[in-house]
Design a protein around this ligand. Structure first.
Ligand SMILES: Cc1cc2nc3c(=O)[nH]c(=O)nc-3n(C[C@H](O)[C@H](O)[C@H](O)COP(=O)(O)OP(=O)(O)OC[C@H]3O[C@@H](n4cnc5c(N)ncnc54)[C@H](O)[C@@H]3O)c2cc1C
Length: 403
């Protein structure tokens, strides 16, 4: 196992153990302590469940259920809201997939600029290597690369310094995070970076201050100097109007079916409890497509090993898994070779996995692909039409779905 995975064992058992230990502390202890910086090794008051949630090894519903076994919704309201921020960001992006497409196009353009403009290249490299001379920023760059995790407040400070002090493009910072975070998620990451830059809640950037950093790092970084006191002036294009979610279909329950696990959902309980006859299983690995640079090896290692763990559990029921696949063409060849009449997978939010599933739908001759959307996503995503404040009013209804 890659050393970087020491703090995050890529198994469902490890995720469940972490959840069991954290759930009793998800009430007041979390609310009071969540803003104080923790690390991958010692998360402090936060759960560090994000790599397991990101890959669907644990579902949001089961995490919320475990917490509600210990607390009333009111006692755990801070934690519940944070978990549902994830649904909100995913829903917001699902209703506006053009925002992800435009980030991906910007990245390709910036990749060329980094190759051709030595000034930009040097500033970008010194930020990624933690060699800017701004002590906390440099430390967080190292923490991220070495552990695959950063506390939420450190992500906010880091992104703020990247955008407003170093005046680097936010897209390059978002890419640096996505390549190294074990929980790197197209929706939470892209929109988190845009929010810090003042491009999400337009005109309201997040500015890191030395006092706030000193207080919430328990004095790890005091007397930080040189931080921008105001936001870099950035153009803020209007958000696209929400568009309808893509269609999902019901499977034919009589047909031999191939099951696809993917990096957004390695444990699709909502499919497995009521599936058509499953005749084979495979993992689709697509996140390398989200960056023009190389993904850090530990990210792929976590997801591939977590996938193997899930395939081992499925083997008794379906037989051994096929070798992982990376493209729509490969999925089609696998389905045809195995003689499946249909494929089924958990619906994937906007991002590289969905791009491969969309590409599959454009191919001819492959068996139909059924995307099964989990109940929480199906209800929550369409509610992300405006800001989180409005979305938050629906939390009691969303909690009603998971009990
Ligand atoms: C610039 C920036 C980039 C980010 N990139 C990502 C990312 O790529 N992937 C990601 O999962 N989160 C991202 N976040 C959100 C948040 O920082 C992480 O979810 C959180 O730090 C994960 O640690 P935890 O599991 O200990 O969180 P906890 O505080 O224990 O929260 C529990 C779970 O709730 C969800 N959650 C918590 N806070 C948020 C939030 N603000 N937005 C969305 N979901 C949240 C996560 O799934 C998290 O695991 C980003 C935030 C910022 C400011």
């Amino acid at each position: 196992m890659t050393n970087l995975l020491t703090n995050f064992e890529p198994t469902r058992a490890a995720g469940l153990e972490r959840l069991k230990n954290f759930a009793p502390d998800a009430g007041q202890k979390y609310a009071i302590g969540r803003n104080y910086e923790g690390s991958a090794k010692d998360p402090g008051a936060v759960s560090a469940l994000s790599p397991y949630l990101r890959s669907g090894v644990l579902s949001q519903s089961e995490v919320l259920r475990a917490v509600l076994d210990h607390h009333s919704p009111k006692e755990a309201d801070h934690f519940i809201a944070e978990v549902l921020w994830r649904s909100y960001w995913q829903g917001w992006l699902a209703l506006r997939p053009a925002v992800w497409d435009s980030y991906q196009a910007d990245l390709k353009h910036l990749f060329n600029q980094v190759q051709t403009q030595s000034g930009l290249r040097q500033r970008w490299q010194s930020a990624c290597l933690g060699q800017t001379g701004i002590a906390p920023f440099d430390a967080w760059a190292h923490d991220l690369v070495r552990s695959g995790y950063l506390h939420n407040h450190a992500r906010m400070w880091f992104a703020s310094i990247w955008v407003h002090t170093l005046e680097l493009p936010w897209q390059l910072g978002a890419d640096f995070f996505l390549r190294h975070l074990l929980d790197g998620c197209p929706a939470s990451n892209t929109l988190g970076w845009k929010w810090v830059a003042g491009l999400q809640t337009i005109g309201k950037p997040y500015i890191a201050t030395p006092e706030n950093i000193a207080k919430f790092t328990h004095g790890r970084f005091t007397e930080v100097t040189g931080l921008a006191g105001q936001a870099a002036p950035l153009a803020a294009p209007a958000h696209p109007d929400p568009t309808p979610l893509w269609d999902t279909r019901q499977p034919d329950r009589a047909l031999p079916t191939g099951l696809i696990l993917h990096e957004d959902n390695l444990n699709p309980a909502h499919i497995l409890t009521d599936a058509p006859p499953l005749a084979g299983h495979v993992t689709l690995i697509a996140t390398a497509d989200q960056t023009p640079w190389q993904m850090a090896p530990h990210v792929g290692a976590f997801r591939e090993q977590a996938a193997q763990d899930m395939h081992r559990k499925l083997a008794d029921r379906i037989g051994p898994a096929s070798a992982p696949l990376t493209s729509a063409q490969a999925l089609k060849a696998w389905a045809q070779d195995q003689g499946f009449a249909q494929l089924i997978t958990a619906d994937a939010p906007v991002g590289p996995t969905k791009a491969v599933l969309d590409a599959y739908d454009t191919l001819s001759d492959g068996p139909p692909l059924i995307r099964a959307r989990a109940r929480l996503d199906a209800t929550a995503w369409p509610l992300a039409t405006a800001g989180f404040f409005k979305f938050r009013a629906h939390i009691p209804k969303l909690l009603g779905l998971i009990t």
